[in-house]
Every structure is written in structure tokens, then in C-alpha cells.
Design a binder for this molecule. Structure first.
Ligand SMILES: *[C@@H]1O[C@H](CO)[C@@H](O)[C@H](O)[C@H]1NC(C)=O
Ligand SMILES: *[C@@H]1O[C@H](CO)[C@@H](O)[C@H](O)[C@H]1NC(C)=O
Length: 310
């Protein structure tokens, strides 16, 4: 049997990083996590560290701004996965230099895990959310580091629990707001499924220097379709309120940052169609991750909505 790559996860106590570390262990990779030495750890963080340790993750002390610790960590592994937030995206620059210096890292998966920053059509209004990620892409390409980008679109825990109703926490039972004409399709994938797809891709030659797009079956719907699925589940028609593109843009302008980011992401996905307007096969370095691993089971939107029925 082929030996499994050793994997370093950066950001393993974060929302996505935690699942990545678990999935890495689940798929039998020797798994390391770079952990900050902090005395005032919250109990949630301690719980996560305990769960990771139980799963077999080995902890290495260090952080993205500590060169010596980063070098030591990188020199122990074959693959590096970074799962820091978009705000911290540029903090990956030192890591990229160290990976470059080492020269034998087989794959780097930078912190993207969202929409494709080279494809989104809202870059004039997103406060550089995607520009930072694009800058990191350009750096990785320029340094000639072997990479895989995971373009997983929205996590299910974002917007879907309210059926894309800004400011709400549960799905509507009477009235629903639909943005635009409601026919543009968006994509939601459960975070643990994103982790499984990511770990499956890291030793795969088909994903080398590619952008892996996730659009799994049962996870790509328009707002009209989402509402219809929900109406079916609750056995009731909802009263629909349509908000036009112009009205949404006005709302975005009137709402202060960062509260308006949710509206901006809704505009991007469900009016501009940034998750689905392009053909994956036609893009020069794109590959459809949902088709590469048919053996992976994933949670569909319908299954997720079932969990919200009480
Ligand atoms: C890893 O396996 C455990 C136990 O089967 C499961 O609960 C968890 O969801 C898996 N995590 C991922 C990210 O695949
Ligand atoms: C790079 O990392 C490998 C482990 O993957 C290690 O064996 C090697 O010594 C490192 N190379 C350099 C130049 O640090």
C-alpha cells in the first residue's frame, strides 16, 4: 500500500481547520497541527484540542508569524493546508517563502475555501475580501509551489439555516424574501464534506495545480427552488417578497461595514451568479471535485433542511 502523505494543518482549532484535521486523521494521514502557545484558551478551544488529540493529531507549537517554528513544522510534512480567515490571508506570505525554501513539499492548499477570487464579479465592493486571496494565489504560482485550491462555495452553516434571510437564525414559516428574480443558482456544502473532499484531493495527481470546484448533486439551487423545497417540507406556501437588484444594492450602500457583507455575498451568489455562471470544464485549470470522488457521501441541502424542521 502507498504511504499516506504527512499533513500539516494551520488553523486546526478554527471552524474549518478542525474538520480538516479530523478528516485527515479519518483518511489515515499522519496529521500535525500548528498550535499557538496561548495561556488564556477558551473552553471551546480546549475541547477542540482534546478532540483532535483523541483523533491522533500531533501538536506542534508555533504560528504563522514565527519563522523558526514554521520552518520546523513544514520540515516534518509532505503537505501543508492553511485554514485561516480571509482577513488573515496575507499572513500566509512567510509560510509560502518557507515552503519554497524547503523545496520538497508535495502540495500546498492555501486558505481559500469559498468562491473563486478570480471569478467573482463584485471585487469593487467587497472590501478586498477576495483580493487578498487572489494575491496569495499569484504568489504561490510565481514561486512554482505545487498547489491545489479548494473552491467550495458557501458552507451550509452560512445563510442556509435561515433560508438566506439576512438577520434571521431559523427558516421562515410565513413570509420569505427573495433577491432578484430568484432563478440564479448558488451552492452550499457542509463543512465536514468540504474537509473530506479536500483531504481526498491532496495526494491526487488530477488536482495538482488545479482549482477544485465543489458543486455536488443536491447542493446547487436557486432561491426559488430552496423556497419550494422548504414549502414542501413544512406543507405550506410562503408569502413572497421580491427585492430587486437595485433595492439590494441600495440596502448594501446604506448598511455599514461589516454588517453589509452578508448582503454583498447574497448579491454575489444569487444575483450575479458568481458560484455557477462559469463552466468548470471550460476553465483552463478547473476540475469538478464533486465528480472526482463518487465514493464520498455528502449531505444534500434537502437533508440539511430536514434537520431544521424541529
Ligand atoms: C471523521 O470521522 C468521525 C467518526 O466516524 C466523524 O464523526 C467525523 O464527522 C469525520 N470527520 C470528517 C471531517 O470527515
Ligand atoms: C524539507 O522537508 C523535508 C520533509 O518533508 C525534510 O526532510 C527536509 O530536510 C526539508 N528540506 C530543507 C531544505 O529544509
Amino acid at each position: 500500500m502507498e504511504e499516506k502523505s504527512k499533513v500539516l494543518i494551520i488553523g486546526a482549532t478554527g471552524f474549518l481547520g478542525f474538520h480538516l484535521a479530523q478528516a485527515s486523521c479519518n483518511f489515515s494521514h499522519p496529521t500535525f497541527a500548528l498550535i499557538r502557545d496561548s495561556t488564556s484558551s477558551s473552553s471551546t478551544k480546549l475541547d477542540k484540542l482534546r478532540a483532535l488529540s483523541d483523533a491522533g493529531v500531533q501538536f506542534l507549537k508555533g504560528s504563522l508569524d514565527d519563522e523558526a517554528s514554521l520552518m520546523e513544522a513544514v520540515n516534518q510534512v509532505d503537505v501543508v493546508i492553511c485554514a485561516v480567515s480571509s482577513k488573515q490571508a496575507l499572513d500566509q506570505k512567510l509560510l509560502i517563502q518557507i515552503i519554497k525554501q524547503n523545496g520538497s513539499i508535495k502540495r500546498f492548499i492555501p486558505s481559500e475555501f469559498g468562491l473563486d477570487p478570480d471569478k467573482v464579479q463584485i471585487s469593487n465592493m467587497d472590501y478586498d475580501f477576495y483580493a487578498r486571496k487572489a494575491e496569495i494565489r499569484r504568489l504561490v504560482e510565481a514561486e512554482g509551489i505545487p498547489y491545489t485550491i479548494i473552491s467550495c462555495n458557501f458552507f451550509m452553516s452560512y445563510l442556509l439555516p435561515s433560508l438566506v434571510q439576512p438577520g434571521m437564525k431559523i427558516p421562515p414559516r410565513d413570509k420569505v424574501t427573495i433577491f432578484g428574480d430568484g432563478n440564479t443558482k448558488g451552492v452550499f456544502v457542509k463543512v465536514s464534506d468540504v474537509a473530506d473532499f479536500t483531504i481526498s484531493s491532496l495526494d491526487d495527481p488530477r488536482t495538482l495545480n488545479k482549482v477544485v470546484y465543489l458543486r455536488p448533486e443536491g447542493n446547487v439551487y436557486s432561491l426559488n427552488e430552496l423556497v419550494e423545497i422548504w414549502e414542501c417540507k413544512i406543507g405550506k406556501k410562503l408569502e413572497k417578497n421580491y427585492v430587486s437588484e437595485e433595492e439590494l444594492l441600495k440596502k448594501i450602500e446604506e448598511t455599514p461595514y461589516p454588517d453589509n457583507m452578508q448582503l454583498i455575498f447574497i448579491y454575489s451568489a444569487f444575483i450575479k451568479g458568481d458560484q455557477t455562471y462559469f463552466d468548470i470544464e471550460a476553465s483552463s485549470n478547473g476540475v469538478d471535485g464533486s465528480k472526482l470522488y463518487p465514493q464520498l457521501k455528502h449531505t444534500t441541502i434537502s437533508e440539511f433542511l430536514d434537520t431544521l424542521l424541529e
